[in-house]
Ligand binder design. Sequence first.
Ligand SMILES: [Zn+2]
Ligand SMILES: [Zn+2]
Length: 581
Amino acid sequence: MEGDLPADSADVIVDVVGRPGPFTYAVDPEAEVGLGDEVVVPFGARRVSGWVVARPARAREHPSATSLRSVLRRVRPGPPPEVIEAVLAAAMWAVASPVTLLRAARRPKVRGAPVLEPARGQLAERLVDPSEVTPEVFLVPLAVSAPEEVGRLMAAGAFGERVVIAAPTGAIAAHTADALARVGVRAARFPDDWDQLACGRTTVSIGGRRGALAPLATPDAVVVLDPIHPNARDESSPYLEALDLAGVRASVSRSRLVVVSAVPPADILARARVRVPTRAPRPWPVVRTFGAADLDRGIEGVVADGLAVARRRRADPRALVVVPARGPGHAPVCRACGATLTCAACGGRLVVLPARRGVPERGWCRTCEALRPLRCGVCGSPAVRVSRWSVEHVAARLEPVVRQPIAKGPDPRAGVVVGTIEALESAGSVDLVVLVEPERLFGSHGRLAEELGLYWIHRAVALVASNRGEVDLVVEHAPAWLPEVLAERDARRALRAIRDERAALGLDPDHGTAVVSGPEAAAFVHALSEVSVPGFEVAELAPDRWLLTAPTRRELRVVLGSVPRTLDARAVRVELDPREL
Ligand SMILES: [Zn+2]
Ligand SMILES: [Zn+2]
């Protein structure tokens, strides 16, 4: 930068995802502009908002090459400097623009003057490695929900006084707030109750997957609920799992990192201090498993049986059937010979249209867009079942058997609900849960499909346990670990078995892959290739496009974080775990 800095200055990250800066601005010495505050600054011909990340400036660049311009005004007070520091460290770790995280950490728009003293000073700029923080795992009994267990643990003082909690969904966050209220702990919601947290009126915060960014200063513990949940592992931009963000926050704030889950990720379990609950677990519900051979009478038989049993305990039991897909049934299979049915005319894939008013189930060819009979092309048998269950298909099968209205999708008041995983997430009091192919409930090819299957089983068991209800698992090919989990009522051995099996197949879930591209990528990749990390490799895919691999994601991030890089996404673009090369 040319010229001297003015008497008072600030570095500002602007709310422009692809070109966030930081940029240096002059500040009126009388202005109450503090570290972390949200301000408005001139940016080219525009005015944009931004966040103060150094006060005074550390002399970097400014957006107009000709002259230093001034911060125009303060918009809102910022979170404590440790949150800003965590955001910047997390963005460095995730190799992403900090803007989306700064937006997530900001105070919601409220009327009234700022109540906080502006902070001055500098933030540490360092690569925080969240995997260097040793987590504590509080193992939740399979028949207890994570929110309930958090309530019990908070009441017992297990996490300390000042606690930041991140839950994977809004529903789980709400259940956690309720569970805490039942044990007399008042918790503020993040970001809604931002001011309460920032002013220290409440010392417990509950937020979503970005909940670790709550403006509660110096927490004793950062607690992550169910980090295996797909929402907590949202791998969109920035590439940052809830647990990574919590690890960064815990490292920056020097607090404990705590995981509360019945199904903690296997790699966390391997390096965590694990605490097992000492009290007697609550009564275990009836859990039955149905394999392919049991399904000849159809899924309707399973549900009807379960409802009949539930009616002995309650006149109007509630049942929830959770299936992997919406719409009609997919992939019809011959019950006699096991062949997959295809279109007789074109060989294309068939979907199964439900039976209606005396018309039996029929096939529909997606290619010809024509109706086809459901009859095996190999052996001629008309006995057909689907291998991909769906809401419409299962609801149509159930209707004649259960003789009551069936809701398709979440409906807390309906007697019988058939839905996808959403219905399980939003279910209230339920007596019977039928989980169809739990490993496929969230996509079929996910890296963590087996762990997730186990997680949904836990959710179903915890849901019915308080009603002394029943869980029926419909699994065509039951995983080897399932009987053991149900016998031991503990997920740990299964999680280890899943991890070992994956390692034996050479499918290391931790393998790190990234694609670097863009007009300025060459210099960045050249600098990276000087970094000495065993197993780190660079391959050129195309001009201006490189594939980087490392034995683990952690090592890859250490490599990426070790070379300074412009955050301008137009110049260098880094995709971690790219979906395609
Ligand atoms: Zn066809
Ligand atoms: Zn056949």
